[in-house]
Design a protein around this ligand. Structure first.
Ligand SMILES: [Fe+2]
Ligand SMILES: [Fe+2]
Length: 269
């Protein structure tokens, strides 16, 4: 059982006058990525094939991600009645394919896989918190509040499993850092860009750069410095650095500057 369901969302409070069309576009894209959660849960169950307890947690996690997709997709269909969530998801799945059937993590170890999962949850928890704070439409605000709380719980789930994996695998600091940095760099890859394309564009051919910029530019401008600071604390914990030390504070200032700069540049282009 999840912590909330679609029935808990006050759909009757939907206020069309507070809908921002730019936000609708990124919500549509996010709905497709979230709804793909079952594929990732399947992959995690294969990597942890001898750990039934974690497999159970991973399946529950996957169901919660699917629910995020359903909630965002339903809201997007309310906000834009021409949006067909099912058709957009089919387009996304046919154009974006990853091998989820392999038994080993492409991060090189189980710890690496948990670091990458933690990084994704840092990104999503920060993103939905920023979206919750930025939007005025009350139904979307409530959806984002629920999703952000789930994403923090997901981070804790993977972080707890990371500590168990590290006790057995003894992955050093530099490898942890490399996996974490690699996963951040992957945010510019096809997944979000293709979701943005599949959700919003039916006429033009796909161009990763174009749609990655369209998504990131809008997403970056939602962030505030407190969202960034919180994200840096969580990332520092994952790689094994003091999350409240001078280095963390410096990294947080730099990350905030970078996100603002990138967001403004991407929007102005
Ligand atoms: Fe999610
Ligand atoms: Fe999550």
């Amino acid at each position: 059982m999840g912590h909330w369901s679609l029935d808990d969302i006050p759909w009757d409070r939907f206020d069309r006058s507070k809908v921002d069309p730019e936000i609708v576009r990124i919500v549509k894209a996010a709905s497709l990525v979230e709804y793909n959660g079952a594929a990732y849960a399947h992959h995690l169950c294969r990597i942890f094939h001898d750990d039934p307890e974690f497999q159970q947690n991973a399946r529950r996690w996957g169901e919660e991600e699917i629910q995020h997709g359903r909630a965002l997709g339903r809201w997007a269909e309310l906000a834009d009645p021409s949006f067909d969530f099912g058709a957009a998801f089919a387009r996304f799945r046919s154009g974006y394919q990853v091998d989820f059937d392999c038994n080993t993590s492409r991060r090189g170890s189980r710890s690496g896989e948990m670091i990458a999962r933690c990084m994704v949850e840092v990104g999503t928890s920060s993103y939905y918190t920023a979206l919750r704070d930025a939007v005025e439409e009350p139904v979307l605000k409530e959806i984002c509040r629920n999703i952000a709380a789930d994403e923090v719980r997901h981070y804790k789930l993977f972080y707890k499993n990371l500590t168990l994996c590290l006790a057995r695998e003894r992955i050093g600091f530099w490898r942890r850092l490399r996996v974490a940095a690699g996963r951040i760099a992957e945010s510019g890859d096809d997944e979000l860009a293709y979701a943005y394309y599949a959700a919003n564009e039916t006429m033009r051919p796909y161009e990763r750069r174009r749609y990655s910029r369209a998504y990131s530019g809008r997403a970056y401008t939602l962030c505030r410095d407190d969202h960034v600071t919180r994200g840096v604390v969580l990332i520092f914990k994952v790689v094994g650095l003091d999350p409240h030390g001078l280095l963390a504070r410096t990294a947080s200032r730099f990350a905030w500057w970078f996100i603002r700069y990138r967001g403004i540049r991407l929007i102005l282009r």
